[in-house]
Ligand binder design. Structure first.
Ligand SMILES: NC(=O)c1ccc[n+]([C@@H]2O[C@H](COP(=O)([O-])OP(=O)(O)OC[C@H]3O[C@@H](n4cnc5c(N)ncnc54)[C@H](O)[C@@H]3O)[C@@H](O)[C@H]2O)c1
Ligand SMILES: [Zn+2]
Ligand SMILES: [Zn+2]
Length: 372
């Protein structure tokens, strides 16, 4: 970025939680945000979930993601202003924000893999950054940056929602729910009667379990180290729980389904639990990897098992075009079949973001939603 090109006019200061380097707390500071340009929308943040991926960045999983950067990507808010050419929203619209904006023109989009769009509408090279401070650009995590009072995003990152619905609960659809439900319903299309184990009962894993319940899976085993999270799993969707701090996870699962489960989901981001998930599947079973693994992580799997048609698949952001999938998930929520309010176990202002990170690391509660 050419520092001279940065918009140095007086832009409104916005309170944000800024990430600088791994293993350091985020800092609450003022940043500047540009005005919406062609195809862009300024959204007043009303609620932002805290996702495991935000914590992984702060824990140094992805050294390429350098600060200063505003984290947060699971959000809902109210449209404040629109740039030229925007027809999808008007000021005052309530919106859920998605990190999976799509272009519609790249090869992945044309193949129907919108979540893998590799040409997301962002600012052109040489254009001023969306976030900055003086002459210093500030990176936008997943082109969203919801740990801030305002978000500047493309209109293709938004879904308009009914104004009566609570934005705190809807914010979770932006990432964790979209990812977990989609893994169950779109990536592998679970069917009635399937047996399922889900490693990790955070916001993502709990959403996989709810997707499995909605699809009619008859055995849904939650695996976690945190008894608090396993209790939440049992109230939301799981039929069984395995506390991996007390018993070997595979043994615990095979005590319930001796042949192994049809589907094992890894929603943690740990190569060891990925191996355990694989080992817990039956002949021809499928392991679905949703966790965000450290960049240098490798998987250790018994190669001879593949002769038994075992499968491993990756799953990104629920494998479905977000406007279509989110609309369906919101209907399920309105019908009481998808429980979102219960996933919000803590609320707090932006200033409490580091406490929310600590709760995630300790496996406490399900999700914290920062409110504005
Ligand atoms: N695939 C995607 O597109 C996508 C999208 C969002 C999040 N993610 C990733 O999904 C993962 C889960 O996200 P989250 O927000 O639910 O995180 P989270 O931290 O809330 O949940 C992780 C859970 O794993 C449990 N856990 C940790 N180590 C364990 C072990 N050894 N055995 C059993 N349980 C263990 C923790 O107690 C915790 O409950 C993260 O890696 C996140 O980055 C991926
Ligand atoms: Zn996320
Ligand atoms: Zn594309």
């Amino acid at each position: 970025m050419d520092r001279m090109e940065i918009n140095q006019e007086q832009e409104p200061g916005v309170k944000a939680a800024v990430y600088y380097e791994p293993h350091q707390p985020l800092r609450i500071e003022e940043v500047e945000i540009d005005e919406p340009r062609t195809g862009e929308v300024l959204v007043r943040t009303r609620a932002s979930g805290v996702c495991g991926s935000d914590v992984h960045i702060a824990d140094g999983f992805m050294p390429d993601f350098a600060g200063p950067m505003v984290l947060g990507h699971e959000a809902a808010g109210v449209v404040e202003a629109v740039g030229p050419g925007v027809t999808y929203v008007v000021p005052g619209d309530h919106v859920v924000v998605s990190p999976t904006a799509w272009c519609g023109e790249c090869e992945m989009c044309m193949r129907g893999s919108f979540v893998l769009c590799d040409n997301r509408p962002t600012r052109a090279q040489g254009a001023p950054p969306r976030l900055f401070r003086g002459a210093e650009p500030i990176a936008q995590f997943t082109n969203v940056s919801s740990f801030a009072e305002l978000m500047l995003v493309t209109d293709r990152a938004l879904l308009v929602v009914d104004r009566e619905l609570p934005l705190e609960s809807l914010s979770l659809i932006g990432c964790g729910v979209m990812t977990g439900l989609g893994a169950a319903l779109h990536t592998v299309k679970l069917r009635a009667g399937d047996t399922v184990a889900v490693f990790g009962a955070g916001g993502v894993g709990l959403s996989v379990m709810q997707g499995a319940r909605i699809a009619g899976a008859t055995t849904i085993i939650a695996v976690d180290l945190s008894s608090e999270r396993l209790e939440i799993a049992a109230t939301l969707a799981s039929t069984h729980t395995v506390n991996a701090s007390e018993i070997d996870a595979e043994e615990g699962i095979r005590a319930i389904v001796p042949a192994g489960v049809d589907f094992a989901f890894e929603a943690i981001g740990n190569p060891t639990t990925a191996s355990q998930a694989f080992a817990s599947t039956r002949l021809a079973g499928t392991t679905v990897l949703l966790g965000f693994f450290p960049m240098d992580a490798r998987l250790d799997l018994p190669a001879s098992d593949f002769i038994n048609e075992k499968k491993v698949v990756g799953s990104r952001m629920g494998s479905a075009p977000f406007r279509l999938a989110m609309r369906a998930y919101i209907e399920l929520y309105k019908q009481g079949r998808l429980r979102l309010d219960e996933l919000v176990t803590s609320r707090g202002p932006l200033e409490e973001v580091n406490d929310a990170f600590e709760r995630m690391r300790a496996g406490k509660g399900a999700r914290t939603v920062l409110t504005f």
